[in-house]
Design a protein around this ligand. Structure first.
Ligand code: PGA
Length: 249
């Protein structure tokens, strides 16, 4: 049985004070929550998260990592550094990284491997933009994004990973995929991987992301192949985030 995971992606939001309050609010409801929980704060706030969350049920992770282990990469952060601060997870290939920072499938695949080498669990983000959906190319895009990782690392690498299906047109827009639209893509992802390994595909957690909130989480997470959520905006309010963690029944 797959245990649901709800992960918060804070993006570039927060301060020491606001983040302390947010973490405190999340911790207050975490033990009672039905899902596994993780938060991905901006890198500079990871030590704060590590301090506040140590010994709790809430895990933490990075939003990005460099594809190299160390060296002359000014401004960058390595998987080893995230691991050093107790991160369990790291987002890889978030659509904002792909679109705003030019990360292509090959780089995302490289980062996926480097994350695992550092002992982190990558949360691989995939999803189509609006034109791709409207032109009927959603499955082709998602398959291409998966193939980049499969071709480089093989199906075995998915044993230690999470996938987040995030239709780009639904991220931060208030437009959510319908539960049926999301389930169709989640099923497609699982079936594609099941063709290579049934066991790995059936244990793999596939999260939905894109304007998930306390009001729509239940309907989405109750779909057969939706195993939790990757939450942006709604992860910045403890009550709202905890509602999603409790939707994952
Ligand atoms: P959103 O962001 O929940 O604000 O749509 C999701 C994400 O970017 O992971």
């Amino acid at each position: 049985m797959r245990r649901p995971l709800v992960a918060g992606n804070w993006k570039m939001n927060g301060s020491k004070e606001a983040s302390s309050a947010l973490l405190k609010g999340i911790l207050a409801g975490a033990d009672a929550a039905v899902s596994d929980i993780a938060v991905c704060p901006p890198a500079i706030l990871i030590p704060l998260a590590a301090e506040k969350l140590a010994g709790s049920k809430v895990a933490w992770g990075g939003q990005n990592l460099n594809a190299n282990e160390s060296g002359a990469f000014t401004g960058e952060i390595s998987g080893g550094m995230l691991k050093d601060y107790g991160c369990t997870y790291v987002l890889v290939g978030h659509s904002e990284r792909r679109t705003l920072y030019g990360e292509d499938d090959a780089l995302v695949a490289q980062k996926f491997g480097v994350a695992q080498q550092a002992g982190l669990m990558p949360i691989l983000c995939i999803g189509e933009i609006l034109q791709e959906r409207e032109s009927g190319n959603t499955e082709a895009v998602v398959a291409r994004q998966l193939d980049a990782v499969l071709d480089t690392h093989g199906i075995g690498a998915f044993e230690n990973s999470v996938i987040a299906y995030e239709p780009v047109w639904a991220i931060g827009t208030g437009k959510t995929a319908t539960p049926e639209q999301a389930q169709d893509v989640h099923r497609f992802i699982r079936e594609k991987l099941a063709a290579l390994s049934d066991g790995i595909a059936s244990d793999l957690r596939i999260l939905y992301g894109g304007s998930m909130n306390g009001g729509n989480a239940n309907e989405l997470i109750s779909q057969d192949d939706i195993d939790g959520g990757l939450i942006g905006g709604a992860s910045l309010k403890a009550d709202e985030f905890l509602k999603i963690c409790n939707a994952a029944a």
